[in-house]
Design a protein around this ligand. Sequence first.
Ligand code: FAD
Length: 475
Amino acid sequence: RPVILWFRKDLRLGDNPALAQAVAAGRPVVPVFIFDEGPAVRPIGAASRWWLHGSLRVLAADLRARGASLLLRRGDSEAELRRLIEETGADAVYMNRRFEPDAFVHDADIAQALKADGVECHGCNGALLCRPGTVLNGSGGPYRVFTPFFRTLMATASVPPPMTAPAAIASVRGLSGEALEDWALRPTAPDWAAGFDWTPGEAGAGDALAAFVSGGLKSYSKGRDRPAEPATSRLSPHLHWGEIHPWRAIEAARRAASDGRIAPAEADKFAAEVGWREFSAHLLHHFPQMTDTAFRPEYDRLPWRDDPAGLRAWKRGLTGYPVVDAGMRQLWAMGWMHNRVRMIVASFLIKDLLIDWRAGEAWFWDTLVDADLASNVQNWQWVAGSGADASPWFRIFNPVTQGQKFDADGRYVRRWVPALKDVPDRWLHAPWTAPPAVLQAAGVRLGRDYPAPIVDHAEARDRALRALRALPGGS
Ligand code: FAD
């Protein structure tokens, strides 16, 4: 009897524990991906759909090269699995667990229902360094602060041995599935993804890692804050879709350090950032309500403004603050934004516009190719000050000084806001302060070629601080 290998967010063949176990069972394998848009789990956003299309195409080709075919099915996961069990006579399902709380519960329910009918279900961890729930503090509870969490994680976690992709996979033939194209995962008109420069899939993930290890990693701790530099790994969408195991990324960095190619501190810094991904997943596991409500409940009493025009200007990169607009335009053009700029634009939305962080989280969810429930929610709450190990509430980024500090030579702003390309560095991050003759020489008419600021930062900051001070615990 064959076994089912149920792919979800583990779209790779190497270092894939569910696949390794399924193959080790020594029986024919039925690899399947079920596109389930049912209500149990938050539907993926538009940029994620684009990524999923590319990644499934690569996975199907990689399986074909090993003699197996990826079956595509659409509909309710449990119903589709049962149909497949009926068609093939399979009596076991292998899967890598998803750890977002809703997905985790949904998968567990399915596994329980199948087991009740005599189908074995094997759930593995192929997504995280450690299973959520296994990194606990001295009193057996979850960590709320990153540094001790990460210390315990690194002290207790064991690195799984590398698992190379099997050379051949015996699979069941003649099953009928759907065509990927019929799922219409990619945009057509307008094709807003036309400029995306990504290579979804396992090989693309490996190439991104190799490029990073021989490039940005050597100056990662400084370079990672400079949005114009290609100093970060850009592994986030690959990690999200499970095209690479997080341990493999950390190990590649550690190897570069032990070979003397980079300073050990750079590998440590990179591991810590991957650790933030882990911290986000573990936090959400323990506090599933975080997706909708503030981790610190008093923050849900903030007098959020209903400002559709401000929200629209923010989404379109038309706030009049160059680094904010550059970030939002990079997001639209690439489906990705540099981490430093994510913090700046999020702070601008929450604190300068006093718009609920959930509106920003939803926009990121739809537009990021790396949209990840745990990381997105955790980071938005971090910026809002309402999260577990959050930025202090009185920290309000100044979008002008942030731009001047992290994009001092203006390369990032000039790339994404070309209307400002001839504005001299001195005024680039606050063009409204430039003398009229300077703007004229740069060919910029404020309000026409580029917007005037939609809020005055100093006034907006005071407004936010007043609102925050009024919260219980504010002072
Ligand atoms: P690198 O610097 O190369 O880091 C390596 C890996 O570590 C990343 O790929 C990512 O998996 C992880 N990582 C790095 N920083 C963080 C962080 N702060 N939190 C969690 N994981 C991190 N990241 C997502 O993957 N999905 C999201 O939906 C997401 N939303 C965000 C929303 C906001 C408001 C902010 C401030 C950050 C968000 N991040 C999110 C975190 C971070 O910005 C991205 O992971 C990072 O920019 C990805 O680029 P990289 O792969 O080049 O990162």
